[in-house]
Structures are given as C-alpha cells and as structure tokens.
Design a protein around this ligand. Structure first.
Ligand code: F6P
Length: 373
C-alpha cells in the first residue's frame, strides 16, 4: 500500500535543504511506493494546510539551489502567533496530518525544530527529523546539514579580509554566526588563519587579546584578524550572566523572579553590540585601528557546497528507507561516514557545544592562535 509522507523545513534556512528534499522525493518515487507532500513555511504551512506534491517535476533542478523551495519560518506549534495571541495549535496540525492520510511527517530543522517536532510526536504523530543548521549544534549527530557551506563562506570572508587588514595595518574583527556554539567561528578561524578566535565556550579577556595582537606587531606583523562567534562573551559578561541566572533560581517570590528575569533580558538585549565594544576596547588597548565586519546572513545564502549536497541527498535517501521499514520517532543522524537513526528524544533540549578537549581547540593553539583566555 502507498505510504503518504509529509515534509516541512523549519527554522533558519541553510544551503543543502533542497538537496535533502530532492533526496527524499526521488527515493520515495524511484525506490519505494511512497508519495511525498511538502508543506510550505514550516509548521505554519502544516497548520494552514498549504502544500505541494513533491514529485519528479517539482523536484527537478533544485539540487544546486540555496534556501528551501518550501520556504521556512520559526513558528512553534505549541506557541504560534494566531489572531494576535500565542496559541497551542498542535491539534489543528494533527488534523491536517490526518486529512492527508499521512503515515509520517519529516521535519527538517535545527535544535528548535527537533523540539517542535517532538511536541507533535507527543500528540501521536509519526515523526522523522533531519538535522540542519549552520551552527552545527544539534546533539547526537557528528555534523549538521548547512554547516559545511557556511564554513566555506566564512573562511572565504576571512581570506578576503586578510589583504585589507594587511594593507591598512588594522585589526579586523569578523563576527561569525553560530548562536551559542563556536563551531563555525572556530572552524573558519582555523581554516582562514585568524590570529584570534573567540567562541562562546571560552570566555575572553580583552587584555589577553590585546597582548597577543601587540606581540604580533612586535614581530613585524602589523595587522590581525579576530574571528568572533556571535555568542562569544567576555569573562566579565559571563560572570554577570551566571550571577543573573543564580538570582532567578534564588528568587523567593513571583515579584523577585519577574524582576530577576527582566534583568537577564536587559543583559541579553545589550549583547548584540558587543563586537563593536570589543573593537573599541582593542583599539584603546593596542593603539591600532580596529574595524568590524559582521558576516550575517551571507553565511546562510547561496549555492550549497558539494559536501552539503552529498549530505542532503544521503540524509533524504536514508530517511525514506527508514520510513519504508516503518521507523519513526527518530532523527537521521550522521555518525562517521554513515547516517543512522537516533531516538528523537535523545536530541531534544540538548545543545552540542565545542567540548574543552576538542581537537580543533588544540589545533588552533598549536599554531599560536589566541583563544582569548
Ligand atoms: O540558527 C541559525 C542561525 O543562522 C544562527 O546562527 C543565528 O543566530 C540565527 O540563525 C539567526 O536567526 P534569524 O534567522 O531568526 O535571524
């Protein structure tokens, strides 16, 4: 009997999503008796029942395209803005699922999407997920779809910043995405030969960074590249954050808790300007001119790398094979050169950060890179 499979892409887009959709759709059609329906714009399209049949015609020519042909959104099934109010819309999504007689829903996304997909599983739906995010921070998988392309883009940017930093004898600070994980900044920093790499997992001291930059100047290198992850924090800020979190846990009543929460929110809302503040600090501490480049969404745009096309195809094909066998409640994870199912529950509410003993940290230190500590 034909199985009906739904698919959606949710969270921030990444290059390689279309390769995964094509991998799903083509293997569903050629290898198995499966029919694939794509829902537009993440969980919102599932709620509103906006969909398209993903067959040979609609999947043709998309392998090399960036973004996602389905569109995406950061809508959460349990807290969706509908009629000006945040509402739990899962029952309506379950209705769409049954209306299409779906056997399984495939959700392709990052950490938030894994959690959102799990919330639909709790409502009785058969769910299979694929891990995608340029941040590379999903638990229980070696790598995520989109990371390789973003790594290439950020590395290329660092390469280009070298010549201008060198010509003007400047410090150039390049802010790299990654949310609260340092994979992208660390990987691109090493590959692009950044002189300083700052990641959220290692709080930094501006004085140590300045020392490393001045040391370079003394040895005749009058420019420096600082690769900073968007989530990186100074030692002082990390201490303040920890204190504010402790204040929330220690709050004795609702009013104190609200006040403590407000303070933490205030702290986080001041964070986005911190790369500019770091530039000011380094300028003052070193006497050198400092400039900031924020790479932003360029890192998520455009053509997927060969490796991401390969990974997307591999993940999509493996997901269909697992669905055909009757599997659900899983994420298709990358383990070495293989892709394997892991329980979706093992992924939810966890974040894969750069561990203190990771080989990339040693690699950076071995070539004399300052990590700010
Ligand atoms: O999770 C991917 C990511 O690109 C992060 O690196 C970044 O912090 C975030 O998304 C940006 O989110 P948005 O697309 O909602 O602005």
């Amino acid at each position: 009997m034909t199985k009906n499979v739904g698919v959606l892409t949710a969270g921030g887009d990444t290059p390689g999503l279309n390769a995964a959709l094509r991998g799903l759709g083509k293997s569903a059609e050629y290898r198995y008796d499966l029919q694939l329906v794509g829902f537009y714009d993440g969980f919102r399209g599932l709620l509103q029942d906006r969909c398209i049949l993903l067959d040979e015609t609609s999947l043709s020519g998309i392998l090399t395209l960036g973004g996602t042909i389905l569109g995406t959104s950061r809508d959460k099934p349990k807290k969706m803005l509908v009629g000006g109010k945040l509402q739990d819309m899962r029952d309506a999504m379950v209705e769409t699922y049954h209306k299409h007689r779906l056997d399984v829903l495939v959700c392709i996304g990052g950490g938030g999407t894994q959690k959102n997909a799990f919330s639909l599983m709790e409502k009785g739906l058969n769910i299979v997920t694929l891990p995608k995010t340029i941040d590379n921070d999903i638990a229980n998988t070696d790598v995520t779809l989109g990371f390789d392309t973003a790594l290439g883009i950020a590395t290329d940017a660092i390469d280009r910043l070298h010549s201008t930093a060198h010509s003007h004898h400047r410090i150039i600070i390049v802010e790299i995405m990654g949310h609260n994980a340092g994979w992208l900044a660390l990987g691109a920093g090493i590959a692009g030969g950044a002189d300083v790499i700052l990641i959220p997992e290692i709080p930094y001291d501006p004085e140590n960074i300045a020392k490393a930059i001045l040391e370079r100047s003394r040895s005749g290198k009058h420019f420096s590249i600082v690769a900073v992850s968007e989530g990186a924090m100074s030692i002082e800020d990390r201490k303040r954050e920890t204190q504010l979190m402790e204040d929330i846990s220690a709050a004795k009543n609702k009013k104190d808790k609200e006040k403590a929460n407000e303070e933490l929110l205030k702290f986080y809302s001041a964070q986005p300007g911190k790369t500019m503040r770091l530039a000011d600090d380094l300028q003052k501490l070193t006497g050198l001119e400092a400039r900031v480049t924020i790479l932003g969404y360029v890192q998520r745009g455009g053509t997927p790398s060969a490796r991401d096309r390969l990974l997307g195809s591999q993940l999509g094909g493996a997901a269909v094979a697992l669905i055909a066998e009757g599997s659900s409640g899983i994420m298709v994870a990358v383990k070495g050169v293989e892709v394997k199912p892991v329980p979706l529950k093992s992924v939810v509410d966890k974040r894969r950060l750069v561990p203190g003993n990771h080989i990339w940290l040693d690699t950076a230190r071995r070539v004399g890179t300052c990590l700010g500590d």
